[in-house]
Design a protein around this ligand. Structure first.
Ligand code: FRU
Length: 561
């Protein structure tokens, strides 16, 4: 198959290719103005990374043998236009070898019913945790855990997208790749989660975990912390260094997901890490003067014993930040299953004070951050007076029920604040007005039907007392949000029991966002939130609400921008 397009001097083509059947002909070749300049004569049976730079303007012709090789990911980009245009994907399906523009991307997204319109998702491959979130020169940078070669978790890369409004994203080149060819080693691991910090001089750096080649998913692996300094174009790091590899006493193999910040008062860089200490899920604190040489400070937080007693193995993706003078510590506890409900993949927040490197919890009990089950690996970042965060909408137990080119979605961007009881509250940063395609009032007991067939909408209402909202899906199922005066419950009629519930004497203002099967609920000023990713339902055909009049806002897709 062949594909031709114009290229400019300096333009790059990046691809991951594996050989499936031996041949004497090149598997992939690039000709410019008729001259062959690059060829992959043979490749391994494992995906390998190849990159090519054009040294002249002209017409490039790519020749590819899909009968003898597979390409999991291929894109082209130019350093001069990366910041404005991002990368351009090249479709590499056996019957579709094409350079994709924004319109093609929109069509590609449209063809998948479960592809959200508002929530960030990768074009292809697997995505999990948000990483390295930061704001720079008026734009939000979202990095994320990524496996390009399948829709399953695998050797971890960091992929990258940039947005000016948290809804319209430009894709960037894959930023980090695993240190080893893990597929060839028959191992897992790679560039695990981490964070970014931008200093006063505007230099952004990343700290992340490398899980070295691992032959067991649950024990005996080695995790080290690395620091990466991005190159000029933010396409890949210029410098990568291992900055921390010594485990403190009592710490088993889990030692990951660094979040780094600089504390002015202490003139110190701090790093928190998720771990288990003598078997209890815990958060470790390290400190450094220069952000490269790290020393262990102490164990900042140990989860109460019932976490370990109920399967909790370690803390993952810890977060720690100050909101209006109060410190908030957030932990995800992998393995833990809530005994009363069977829910897992849960996040917990503890407020308190932080001084001289020590955290003193407040009287406020540990808060469960979500009454659903699909809100994990949250990462927040602070910009001016706003703290915004994304979480990964996933729960290992529920899988997509149809073939799909990708797996994994981010939550809506959420804004964090504390209420007067000092509970951590999350409210959605809603899409910009330019994405609104309709607004109407939904009257009590007057069913509404989705004539235009949009995938995404929000409903906002303030019930006087109890209410019942029924969303009827495209295959007849009913997703219901009910408030009986004591509890708020989100359930799929006939499918799940009422385990997705939170005590709530008064609902206050309620916002529900629906997007191709994703439901996010925010009640009581965001102190009660529930998130579910339903794969059984991609569109809502009818809505019925008793107990309140609501405003319904419909949105058009942004995903392919
Ligand atoms: C959380 C997590 C992290 C780890 C990453 C690996 O979902 O397990 O602890 O860094 O995913 O992909």
């Amino acid at each position: 198959m062949s594909l031709s397009f114009e290229i400019k001097k300096g333009q790059r083509i990046d691809l991951w290719l594996k050989e499936t059947q031996a041949t004497t002909v090149p598997l992939f070749a690039i000709h410019v103005n008729g001259e062959m300049l690059f060829k992959i004569q043979q490749a391994s049976r494992y995906y390998q990374y190849f990159t090519w730079t054009a040294w002249q303007d002209g017409v490039a012709t790519l020749e590819w043998l899909p009968e003898h090789s597979e390409i999991s990911l291929c894109y082209t980009w130019h350093p001069d236009s990366l910041a404005t245009c991002g990368i351009a994907f090249i479709a590499t399906l056996p019957d579709d070898f094409r350079l994709l523009d924004n319109r093609d991307l929109a069509a590609w997204y449209q063809q998948e019913p479960l592809r959200p319109a508002l929530h960030f998702s990768p074009r292809t491959g697997w995505m999990n945790d948000p990483n390295g979130l930061h704001y720079k020169n008026g734009e939000w940078h979202l990095f994320y855990q990524y496996h390009p070669h399948s829709t399953q978790w695998g050797p971890m890369h960091w992929n990258h997208a940039v947005s000016h409004d948290l809804y319209h994203w430009r894709h960037y080149p894959v930023f980090l790749q695993p240190e080893h060819n893990l597929m060839a080693l028959g191992a897992t691991g790679g560039a695990f989660s981490g964070s970014a910090y931008t200093d006063k001089q505007g230099q952004t750096r990343f700290w992340y975990t490398e899980r070295l080649p691992a032959y067991d998913l649950y024990r005996g692996y080695r995790e080290v912390q690395k620091m990466a300094v991005p190159g000029e174009h933010y396409d890949k790091p210029e410098i990568v260094k291992t900055v921390l590899s010594e485990l403190p006493k009592g710490v088993d193999c889990d030692f990951r997901d660094p979040k780094v910040w600089y504390e002015e008062a202490d003139r110190t860089f701090y790093m928190i890490l998720g771990a288990s200490v003598n078997g209890d899920p815990a958060m470790l604190l390290f400190y450094s003067e220069d952000s490269e040489n790290w020393a262990f400070h102490h164990v900042l937080y140990v989860a109460p014993a019932y976490f370990r007693q109920n399967g909790g193995r370690c803390v993952e993706c810890p977060d720690f930040f100050c909101l209006d003078g109060v410190w908030v510590l957030i932990v995800g506890i992998v393995g833990y299953t809530e005994p009363a409900t069977g829910r897992h993949n849960l996040l917990f927040a503890q407020t308190g004070a932080f001084s001289n490197g020590y955290f003193t919890p407040s009287e406020q009990p540990l808060q469960t951050l979500d009454f659903g089950t699909d809100f994990y690996a949250l990462q927040t970042w602070g910009e001016a007076d706003r703290r915004i965060g994304f979480a990964w909408l996933y729960n290992w137990a529920t899988q997509k029920n149809v073939d799909s080119a990708y797996c994994g979605e981010m939550s809506l961007p959420r804004r964090f604040h504390l209420n007067v009881q000092q509970q951590l509250c999350m409210t959605p940063e809603l899409p910009p007005e330019s994405m609104v395609v309709g607004k109407e009032t939904l009257h009590v007991d007057k069913p509404w039907s989705n004539a235009d067939g949009y995938k995404a909408f929000t409903l906002t209402f303030t019930p006087a007392s109890t209410f019942c909202l029924t969303l009827t899906g495209d295959s007849g199922q009913n997703i219901m949000l009910e408030h009986d005066g004591r509890r708020l419950t989100l359930h799929e009629w006939g499918q799940d029991d009422r385990r997705y519930a939170a005590p709530l004497p008064e609902a206050g203002d309620v916002t529900l966002c629906f997007d191709a099967g994703i439901v996010e609920v925010f009640a009581q000023q965001g102190s009660v939130c529930g998130t579910r990713r339903y794969y059984s339902c991609s569109k809502i055909t009818a809505i019925n609400l008793t107990g309140a009049t609501a405003t319904l806002t419909q949105y058009q897709a942004s995903a392919a921008n």
